[in-house]
Design a protein around this ligand. Structure first.
Ligand SMILES: [Zn+2]
Ligand SMILES: [Zn+2]
Length: 147
């Protein structure tokens, strides 16, 4: 049962996680996880896709793209596959490269986030809350897919 999933495909993947400091999930003593595509970091996050690196792995990036579906800013429908993986809490401020801190943002909205007076948080994985300089907040949740 160690065969990897199809390249770039969907379904179950075998994921090797080197040096995962978050010990959630998986079998003890094992760094191989079987990953199902529906295990998207949503509502809660067991940090199984977290990495110490600045850039997310392909799988983490893909899962956040699927979850967000489009840019995480209210009113922007820029397709997630053309957005950047962005850290809600900046990486250099200790923000994790993980599903509970990652968000898809278009270049334009990334600039908005960085501009003065804006605060962006992720109260729970997949919910992106933007506070405008006026104090007003806008929250965008994960994309809904037809069942
Ligand atoms: Zn997490
Ligand atoms: Zn955007």
């Amino acid at each position: 049962m160690t065969r990897p999933g199809p390249d770039g495909g969907y379904g179950s993947w075998i994921l090797s996680v080197p040096g995962n400091r978050h010990a959630g999930g998986g079998q003890p003593g094992s760094r191989r996880y079987r990953v199902d595509m529906h295990k998207i970091p949503l509502h809660e996050c067991d940090h199984r896709y977290a990495t110490d690196a600045y850039a997310p792995g392909d799988l983490l990036r893909h899962l956040v793209q699927v979850r967000d579906g489009e840019c995480s800013f209210t009113g922007c429908s820029h397709n997630a596959t053309q957005c950047d993986f962005e850290h809600t809490v900046p990486w250099h401020e200790g923000g994790a490269t993980d599903g509970c801190n990652g968000a898809m943002r278009s270049r334009r909205c990334h600039k908005v986030k960085q501009s003065r007076g804006w605060t962006v948080t992720q109260p729970q994985p997949g919910w992106h809350q933007w506070q405008a300089p006026s104090g007003r907040t806008y929250t965008k949740g994960p994309k809904s897919y037809p069942a």
